[in-house]
Design a protein around this ligand. Sequence first.
Ligand code: S3P
Length: 426
Amino acid sequence: MKVELKRTKALRGEITPPPDKSISHRAIILSSIANGKSLVKNFLRAGDTLSSVNAMRALGIEIEDDGAEVVVHGRGLRGLSEPSDVIDCGNSGTTMRLLSGVLSGNPFTSVLTGDESLKQRPMRRVITPLTQMGAHISARDDRYPPMSIRGGNLKAIRYEMPVASAQLKSAIMLAGLYADGTTEVVEPRRSRDHTERMLPAYGVKVDVDGLNIRVSGGAEPQATEVDVPGDFSSAAFFIAAALVVKGSEVMIKGVGLNPQRTGFLEVLQKMGADLKVENVRDVSGEPVGDIQCRSSELRAVDVGEDMIPSLIDEFPALCVVAALASGTTTIRGAAELRVKESDRVGAMAEGLKAMGVEVEEFPDGLGIRGAEVLRGADIHSHGDHRIAMAFSAAASAAEGDTTIHEAEAVDISFPGFYEMLKRLSG
Ligand code: S3P
């Protein structure tokens, strides 16, 4: 599907972003391996998180959804049953990697596959530690899906992760629940800590000591209630659009503000963005608040490796803002972005160049010279939801028409995205 976009008038009004994708995945998976009936409020109904629902159903878990709340009939750590078919994780790296941890603890064979994008994504990062724990895993070329897992009889390990990845960390922690002894994960840099925050709600103790995280095997998770906050990563496209479309003033309500997710806000503040965070409160162990955004004169900034994990999914939105800031923004240490749903470094360079921006591409990032104006262009989303949304924000500020190809990719995390953009532009 193609979507045609024009430069918009000032964006004005109030929005509530869709529910958080990372937290929704975790709520479904943890509730499935907990004892009893869990309730997930404000669950994200989108392509990615429905992949987790389908996967847990394929493993014998009953999940009811009346359109308001989701009820998961958890069967305990040992309650999953062998799937009768291959499990399709769709486009969702989170489903595949988190599930690989759970399945490593289960004494049966499962095969995980996904769409063309997921089948290109690196899985050796999970295969290595899970194999050390005792799981039997084989994968195409030893690194790509499909991946078959026969689990059971895990032993605890201490594992120094080679990449800062919350999916990898979570996979090892979940396998650790099934292992004999205490599993310890050491992160090179802090990644999002939703799993660490959520497990205690299910009665499972997690020890966090700086970059070291420990979980012990044997503790049975108990059913609970999770209220999912708004997704900061989805809100990021509206923050970017509000900043670059002149005269805009947008209020974003009920958005998650986990400090491992909000590096984008810090960088934007350095760029001179007019942003106010208000009404911060706690929802299910996660900080949540409202963000008031006004269009701003922005200046370039340098973003290094240290910041990348806390703005990993905001890289496309940051590139758009940089394209309209004065000076050259350099983003380095972002090689992980090349192995997301698409090569996001390459996709952003390609699209920004098509819009008339001078871009230098590095193996691990981009140099983006801010332009006076963007030119509408033909943009390829590469089937990647975040690329489609980033260029929709850019199109709102660009002269002339923009066509986003494979625009339906937004449904992976943000069904209704284009309608929301339209509503704000009046
Ligand atoms: C996620 C972790 C991040 C992020 C992804 C969701 C998660 O990936 O990019 O969208 O829910 O744990 P990595 O773990 O690969 O960094």
